[in-house]
Ligand binder design. Sequence first.
Ligand SMILES: CCCCCCCCCCC/C=C/C(=O)SCCNC(=O)CCNC(=O)[C@H](O)C(C)(C)COP(=O)(O)OP(=O)(O)OC[C@H]1O[C@@H](n2cnc3c(N)ncnc32)[C@H](O)[C@@H]1OP(=O)(O)O
Ligand SMILES: NC(=O)C1=CN([C@@H]2O[C@H](COP(=O)(O)OP(=O)(O)OC[C@H]3O[C@@H](n4cnc5c(N)ncnc54)[C@H](OP(=O)(O)O)[C@@H]3O)[C@@H](O)[C@H]2O)C=CC1
Length: 278
Amino acid sequence: MSVLRPNLFRGSVAIVTGGGSGIGRAITYELLTLGCKVVIASRNAERLEKAAKELGEVGDVTSIPCNIRKEEEVQALISQALEKYGKLDFLVNNGGGQFMSPVESMSLKGWNAVVETNLTGTFLMCREAYNQWFKANGGSIVNIVADMWRGFPMMAHTGAARHAVVNLTQSLAIEWAEDGVRVNSVAPGMVESSTAAANYGKEANVFDVVKEYLPTKRTGVPDEVSSVVCFLLSPGASFISGTTIKVDCGSSLYTRLMWNIDNHDKLPAYQWIPKPKL
Ligand SMILES: CCCCCCCCCCC/C=C/C(=O)SCCNC(=O)CCNC(=O)[C@H](O)C(C)(C)COP(=O)(O)OP(=O)(O)OC[C@H]1O[C@@H](n2cnc3c(N)ncnc32)[C@H](O)[C@@H]1OP(=O)(O)O
Ligand SMILES: NC(=O)C1=CN([C@@H]2O[C@H](COP(=O)(O)OP(=O)(O)OC[C@H]3O[C@@H](n4cnc5c(N)ncnc54)[C@H](OP(=O)(O)O)[C@@H]3O)[C@@H](O)[C@H]2O)C=CC1
């Protein structure tokens, strides 16, 4: 069960980008179980439609293909969601990604692809949702960023873009406060989803490899990100805006230089029963 109360979001409508896979899918699942209607949006229409069918067993979900890098597609996504449900309460900018490369061999095209996806895509989604609905009606936005607090060697493009989203979050929290819009971010640490493992585990499962470097000695699960996103969207967070919550159980603080943490299992994941398919 969600830790939030049943029917908390009954009558509410959300858009979750990247809502058909991994963390976005967990967020969509939890929102649906709390009574929210959800539009999921991403590029791969086939995968998105399949996810919407499966999630449709839990609640009212609609898939709308959209590349968040394309202004006209973002405009169409917001207007189609409004046509379908007549309102919009929540926007979760979860869609994003990157590839691993040192800067010296990163092409401009690759840099631009990552910055446009993670920063410009978030900007476009926020601006369109605000102009088409939130400005007149208020709402709540959560942006997903990453653990880039100490720089992001091998992923400098995403580190720069995500840190920029943290600053965008702060600016929008102030610009849109008088319209009743709260804007926050969530920064996940290493969270294992099947898609992330496929992207970063070609030779070995990177999530297995990194465990020993984390204070938890385990990676996170998508539900542990989802519960914080849903809290930030909820009235329980009515006095929180412009902030970024790290969901990493301290991994962004930890180096083994000063303190060694032996293997343990004292910080287990919060597991849903039955566990949703991710
Ligand atoms: C020993 C332990 C080590 C620990 C290290 C652990 C690190 C793990 C990180 C875990 C934390 C983060 C997890 C996640 O974010 S989860 C997964 C999220 N999903 C993804 O990241 C999706 C995968 N990525 C992409 O889809 C793409 O990278 C991108 C987001 C950029 C979308 O690109 P798009 O589809 O628009 O663009 P193209 O594929 O056409 O590429 C455009 C140009 O970008 C360059 N590029 C793209 N991919 C690569 C690559 N794999 N390597 C190098 N360069 C790449 C390239 O220039 C492309 O242009 P060309 O194809 O014309 O050359
Ligand atoms: N898993 C982890 O450890 C961490 C993940 N993150 C971030 O969390 C978010 C979710 O990641 P995760 O669930 O693990 O991985 P996924 O690969 O499952 O999620 C990425 C989602 O973003 C969508 N997406 C990518 N590019 C675009 C685009 N241009 N337009 C619209 N949608 C797009 C993808 O769908 P499609 O391909 O159909 O477009 C996919 O659904 C991402 O932003 C990721 O970078 C941050 C820190 C750690």
